[in-house]
Each structure stands twice: as structure tokens, then as C-alpha cells.
Design a protein around this ligand. Sequence first.
Ligand SMILES: [Fe+2]
Ligand SMILES: [Fe+2]
Length: 228
Amino acid sequence: MAEVTVFQAINMDRNQRQLIDTAAMDWLTSPAAGVMRKPLEREAAESGQVTSIVRYAAGTFFPAHNHPAGEEILVLSGTFEDEHGCYPAGSYFRNPPGSSHSPGSSEGCELLVKLNMFQRDDLQPVNIDTTTQPWLPGLVAGLSVMPLHQFNGEQTALVRWQPGTHFSRHSHTGGEEIYVIDGVFEDEHGRYGAGSWLRSPDNSQHQPFSEQGCTIWVKTGHLAHLPG
Ligand SMILES: [Fe+2]
Ligand SMILES: [Fe+2]
């Protein structure tokens, strides 16, 4: 008897807060040899909107593919590459709708990947090496910000918290999504170590701080502008 797999969407209700400790998740196989992944939110089995942690084994290379509604990547470790260049850990790039490439990794890498969530008119390619880009002063002492991208209400940045930094209570118009790169990020709801992924809905509120210090990737406003 043939095996039937029924796909279920994962964490696609953006009105629900999501908190995932990706460091504690098991790697799942993918249709591509050498590629493992940890799905955080997923609309369909192998298409549509997806956020996941992806690991390429050393020596993994793919044929060309395109990105119907864009691809956004933060390289977490190792070096990702395609025919346009090499992207070491700390690289942030955006391949807009209509772009294509042949990706791979000679040495292996881990990535935070968001697929098919670009606003229709957001066609600007982005390629930033966050290890060399300058940090700007944040809104309170101890906070530094590195803007990565903004478009029509959606903003993406790295934010670095010195130990003992406290931020004001604020609300998230259009939602907020955070990936903790290092250290421990905190708010009144919990403590979030490296590898934590947090998605907070439109108009949610919190008062964040970091006693230990941390670096986080933050996207705000996007939940109000998702395609489809
Ligand atoms: Fe791609
Ligand atoms: Fe926030």
C-alpha cells in the first residue's frame, strides 16, 4: 500500500505568538541530498512562505532555481556561495522576486532563510557583510543598531545589547520577528538564548532587556504586508 503523507501548515497563524528554541530541534531531511532543515513556519510542503534554519553539508551544490516572491538569508555559520559570490557567516542578503541562482557550499554552512515573503514592489537586491558594516547608536545607552533593509513599513536590522541594557515598553505595529544570534535576550515573558526564534503578532507589546548581553536579528512591520 502506498504511503500517503498529509502536509499540515506549520505556525502560519500570525496572530499567535511563537517561540521556538531552534537549538533543541532535530534536523529534518529535505528533498535535496546534503540539505537538512528545521522548519519554523511553513505554508505548503515545498513551496509558498517558509521560514527555516537550513544546513548545507560541505560540498553541497544545487542546479539553478528562481525565487517567485523573494529569498532572504542570514548566514549563521560556515560560508554559503552561489555563482555571484561567497557569503561568510554574518552575511545578510536578499534575492528579490524574479532573481535566480545556483547555490551551494564548499565548506558547509547554516542559514536562517525566509522564502516568498517579499512585498511585490520590493525589488532591490541587498548584500551586506555585517562583520564589517558599522554599528549605529540605538535609542538607549548600551544599544547598537545595524540597519539591513527597510521597505514600506517593513524593517530589518541587527541589534546589539550590552550587558545590563533595558529598553522601553513598546508595541509592534505589523508584528516583530527575532532570531537570537548570541547571548541571552529577555523580556517579561521569558529568557531567550542563542538560536531562539520569536514571532510576536501585530500590536503585541513587551519591555525587552538583556542582563548578559546579546546580538539579535530583528524584523518588524512585515506581518502587515505579507503577500497573498
Ligand atoms: Fe535561492
Ligand atoms: Fe520588540
